[in-house]
Ligand binder design. Structure first.
Ligand SMILES: Nc1ncnc2c1ncn2[C@@H]1O[C@H](COP(=O)(O)OP(=O)(O)OP(=O)(O)O)[C@@H](O)[C@H]1O
Ligand SMILES: [Mg+2]
Length: 258
């Protein structure tokens, strides 16, 4: 049975930088043979040290980056090797939230423009679009007078609510969050994590949650995968990973975090 969202046999490498035109450029593997799956309404945490490949994996899973081989599919539909029609159909279904709420939002755009942007390719009337924007702002508990304001007028936590609203507006089934709360102070982190848990219930969302912060992953994930130098070395229910780690990498991550 094909799973709701899955990645199979993903490989990704980069050509190393070379000063000389004549020097060969060996490919450096960044991710190797990544397999993972995600059920509906489930959260999969991905942990790993800096440089282990978490962000690269997140970008491949969200379709921003093309793997060398392997595939990512939603409801059995492969979108890595898909025609542009299929890609266009699946694009609204998978959204991403990034770490830096400031950098991810265009300072010259109003909240209405930022949040409404993913709707532009969809054929909606002006009124439908406005209604969706108003509804999603309400769902992330941003004040209704936010619409005409610019990102700089908001706090870090509020800016992350704007980014979440933009991710939610296409009614996705999967949200991939890369260090989504890492730039926030601890109390704001807790508020945003609880908002994400609440939205998961209400929207029926599945999350892939990438973080170097194990406390965050422990709080939000049902299952956790451990990435080490481009390989998944261990995966299982979050409680098991944290109470009974099987791999040395997991043990040293736990030792460094707690
Ligand atoms: N475009 C690129 N060109 C060259 N190397 C790259 C590129 N993108 C990523 N890498 C390398 O791939 C590896 C994985 O990077 P990635 O950003 O995915 O790690 P990460 O686990 O997200 O790290 P962090 O916890 O610091 O965010 C790193 O060694 C990085 O230098
Ligand atoms: Mg990263």
């Amino acid at each position: 049975m094909s799973s709701f969202f899955e990645a199979q046999g993903l490989n990704y490498s980069v050509r190393s930088q070379s000063r000389s035109f004549f020097q060969p450029r060996p490919a450096r593997p960044i991710l190797q043979n990544i397999n993972l799956h995600l059920a509906e309404r489930e959260t999969l945490g991905i942990i790993g040290s800096s440089g282990s490949g978490k962000s690269t994996l997140a970008r491949i899973l969200s379709g921003l980056l093309q793997p060398d081989n392997g595939h990512v599919s939603l409801r059995g539909e492969d979108f890595t090797n898909a025609t542009s029609d299929v890609r266009q159909k699946l694009r609204p279904e998978i959204q991403m939230i990034f770490q830096d709420p400031q950098g991810a939002l265009d300072p010259r755009q109003t909240v209405r423009e930022i949040v409404g942007e993913p709707l532009l390719p969809l054929s909606l009337t002006q009124e439908e679009r406005e209604q969706r924007i108003v509804n999603v702002l309400r769902d992330v508990a941003l004040p209704s007078n936010s619409l005409n304001r610019y990102p700089r007028a908001f706090s870090g936590g509020q800016r992350q609510r704007i980014a979440i609203a933009r991710a939610l507006i296409t009614k996705p089934s999967v949200i991939i969050a890369d260090e989504a709360v890492s730039a926030l102070d601890v109390s704001t982190q807790a508020i945003i994590l609880n908002l994400l848990l609440d939205l998961q219930e209400r929207y029926g969302l599945s999350y892939i949650f990438v973080s170097h912060d194990l406390a965050v992953i422990r709080h939000i994930s049902h299952r956790t995968a451990v990435l080490d130098a481009g390989h998944i070395v261990e995966t299982g229910p979050t409680a098991d990973i944290f109470s009974n780690p099987q791999h040395d990498t997991t043990r040293s991550l736990l030792a460094a975090n707690f």
